[in-house]
Design a binder for this molecule. Structure first.
Ligand code: HEC
Ligand code: HEC
Ligand code: HEC
Ligand code: HEC
Ligand code: HEC
Length: 364
C-alpha cells in the first residue's frame, strides 16, 4: 500500500474515534491506534518489547555488533571509530529515509552501539515498513506496518553492501533471472507466533555470513582428480567452483581471504615443503597454495596474482570454476591433502582460519 493510501485509511479510522486532527497534527506516527500511546520511533527499544524473538535473532547477528565488533574497532581498522568515515554504515540512519539503492548512508548520532538496528531497515519517515504481503495480524498491529516490496529487495542492502560491490556482483550472477535474492540465502524462513496465537511465516534475522561455518560450506564445491600427461608425468587437478554464493567468494573482497592449500605427502608420511617459497603469503602450510581475495592497490599481492592467475582480483565469481594443477612425482608421492581455509582477515594464520573443506586423496 502506498503511504498516501495508508495515511488516508488511518485518518478514516481515527475519525470514527474522534480526535483525528490531534493525531494527524502530531504526525509521524499516523498508524497508532486510537487510545494507544504512539510508538517511540526514535529508538529500537520499542520494537524489543513486542518482537522479543526477532530481537534475540538480531542480537546474535553481526548487524547488532557492527559498532562494537573488535575487528572493526581495531587500531589498524576504524581505530575505535576515530576514523569517522567508518561510522555511517556501522551506525546508520534508516536507509528508507536516506535513500535505497546504491546511494550514500548517513551516520546516526544516537545509540550508535546498537549498530544496524531495527530502525535502520524498518523506519520510514515516522512509520514502520513491513513485508508487502502483510500477515493477517499485522493489519491491527500497534506498530501499523506499511507493506512495501522494497523491504525484501537488494535495494535495501545496497546502500551498505555495495561499497564492496556485493549487489553489483549479484546483479551479474545467474540468480536475478531465477528470482533468487539476498533474502533467500541470508534470511531463512521461520515460523512465528502472532500476538493473537496464530502462526505466520517470518524470516530469520540472524544474517549468517562469513562467521558461520554452515553458510561458508554452502559457498563452494571442490573436485580433485589425477591427470596424466603424454610424457607420463602426473598432476593433481583441483577444481574449485563458487556454486553457492550469489556474489563473489569470499564476498567481502578486502577483509576476508580464502586459501586453497595442497600438501603432497610421501610414502613415508613426510610432507613436501612449499614449492615456490609461499609467494609472499601463507608460508605456513602446504606444498602449493593459492589465495582468493581482492588486495588493496598498494599490496604486492597484486603482482603475484597477475603472474599466477593473470588477474589482480582473485575473488571467485558466482558460478565460476578455478582450476589449479599441482604436478607430482608418482614414484615419491603417495597422497595429497586438499584444504580450503577461510580467514576473517588476510593476516590470520592457517590455524586461526576456519577449515571449510579438508580431504585426503590417494594418488596411486
Ligand atoms: C506494542 C507492541 C508492538 C510494538 C511496540 C511493535 N510492534 Fe511490530 N507488530 C506487533 C504485532 C502484534 C504485529 C502483528 C504480528 C504479530 O502478532 O506478531 C506486528 C507486526 C509487525 C510487522 C509486520 C509483520 C508481518 O508479517 O506483516 C513488522 C515489520 C513490525 N511489526 C515491525 C516492528 C518494528 C520495527 C517495531 C519497532 C519500531 C515494532 N514492530 C514495534 C506489535 C508491536
Ligand atoms: C544500514 C547498513 C546495512 C544494511 C541496510 C544492511 N546491512 Fe548487512 N551489514 C552491515 C554491516 C555494517 C555489517 C558488518 C557488521 C560487522 O561485522 O561489523 C553487515 C553484515 C552483514 C552480513 C555478514 C555477517 C557476517 O557473518 O560477517 C550479512 C550476511 C549481511 N550483512 C546481509 C545483509 C543483507 C542480505 C541485507 C539486506 C536485506 C543487509 N545486510 C542490509 C550493514 C548493513
Ligand atoms: C558503505 C558502508 C560501509 C562503510 C563506510 C564502512 N563499512 Fe565496514 N563493513 C560494511 C559492511 C556492509 C560490512 C559487512 C559485509 C562484508 O563483510 O562485506 C562491513 C564489515 C567490516 C569489517 C569486518 C567485520 C567482521 O566482523 O569481520 C571490518 C573490519 C570493517 N567493516 C571495517 C571498516 C572500516 C575500518 C571502515 C572505515 C575505513 C568501514 N568499515 C567503513 C560497510 C561499510
Ligand atoms: C538489515 C535489515 C534489517 C534489520 C536490521 C531488521 N530487519 Fe526486520 N526485516 C528485514 C527484511 C528484509 C524483512 C523481510 C521482508 C519481506 O519478507 O518482505 C524483515 C522482516 C521483519 C518482520 C516480518 C517477518 C517476521 O519475521 O516476522 C518483522 C516483524 C521484523 N522484520 C521486525 C524487525 C525487528 C523488531 C528488528 C530489530 C530487532 C528488525 N526487524 C531488524 C530487514 C531487517
Ligand atoms: C545463492 C545464495 C546467495 C545469495 C543469492 C546471496 N548470498 Fe551472500 N553469501 C552466500 C554464501 C554461501 C556466503 C558465504 C561465502 C562468502 O562469504 O562469500 C555469503 C556471504 C555473504 C556476506 C558475508 C561477507 C562476510 O565477509 O562475512 C554478505 C555480506 C553477503 N553474503 C551479502 C549478500 C547480499 C547483499 C546479497 C544480495 C545482493 C547476497 N549476499 C546474495 C550466499 C548467497
Amino acid at each position: 500500500m502506498s503511504k498516501a493510501v495508508r495515511v488516508t485509511a488511518a485518518a478514516a479510522v481515527l475519525l470514527l474515534f474522534g480526535g483525528a486532527l490531534f493525531f494527524l497534527q502530531t504526525g509521524g506516527n499516523g498508524g497508532a491506534a486510537a487510545g494507544v500511546a504512539p510508538l517511540d520511533l526514535s529508538t529500537s527499544d520499542s520494537c524489543r518489547d513486542c518482537h522479543a524473538d526477532i530481537w534475540a535473532e538480531w542480537q546474535s547477528s553481526f548487524h547488532a555488533q557492527s559498532f562494537t565488533d573488535p575487528l572493526v574497532l581495531a587500531k589498524e581498522q576504524s581505530n575505535n571509530f576515530r576514523n569517522q568515515a567508518c561510522i555511517p554504515c556501522h551506525a546508520p540512519e534508516p536507509v528508507f529515509e536516506t535513500g535505497l539503492g546504491k546511494v550514500r548512508v548517513i551516520e546516526r548520532v544516537t545509540q550508535r552501539e546498537r549498530g544496524v538496528d531495527c530502525l535502520s531497515c524498518h523506519r520510514a519517515f515516522g512509520a514502520v515498513v513491513g513485508p508487502a504481503m502483510r500477515s493477517p495480524g499485522a493489519a491491527n498491529a500497534p506498530c501499523a506496518p506499511i507493506g512495501d516490496a522494497q523491504l525484501a529487495s537488494p535495494a535495501l542492502c545496497a546502500p551498505c553492501h555495495n561499497q564492496h560491490n556485493t549487489v553489483d556482483e549479484w546483479e551479474s550472477s545467474r540468480y536475478p533471472a531465477t528470482g533468487v535474492t539476498c533474502l533467500d540465502c541470508h534470511m531463512q524462513p521461520v515460523e512465528r507466533k502472532n500476538a493473537d496465537g496464530r502462526v505466520r511465516r517470518g524470516r530469520s534475522h540472524r544474517f549468517p555470513g562469513g562467521h558461520d561455518l554452515e553458510t561458508l560450506q554452502k559457498a563452494a564445491t571442490i573436485e580433485a582428480a589425477v591427470a596424466r600427461s603424454d610424457d607420463g608425468s602426473r598432476r593433481l587437478v583441483v577444481r574449485l567452483t563458487n556454486s553457492g554464493a550469489g556474489h563473489n567468494y569470499p564476498a567481502d573482497a578486502r577483509h576476508r581471504a580464502l586459501d586453497l592449500v595442497v600438501t603432497l605427502i610421501q610414502q613415508d608420511g613426510v610432507l613436501l615443503p612449499p614449492r615456490d617459497g609461499g609467494r609472499g603469503y601463507g608460508r605456513e602450510r602446504g606444498t602449493e597454495r593459492r589465495r582468493f581475495r581482492n588486495p588493496y592497490r598498494e599490496e604486492t599481492e597484486r603482482l603475484t596474482n597477475r603472474e599466477l592467475f593473470g588477474r589482480e582480483n582473485t575473488q571467485i565469481g558466482s558460478g565460476e570454476t578455478i582450476t589449479f594443477e599441482v604436478p607430482f612425482d608418482p614414484a615419491a608421492v603417495a597422497s595429497a591433502r586438499v584444504e580450503l581455509i577461510y580467514k576473517l582477515t588476510p593476516i590470520q594464520t592457517d590455524d586461526e582460519g576456519v577449515r571449510v573443506h579438508d580431504q585426503v586423496i590417494l594418488l596411486r
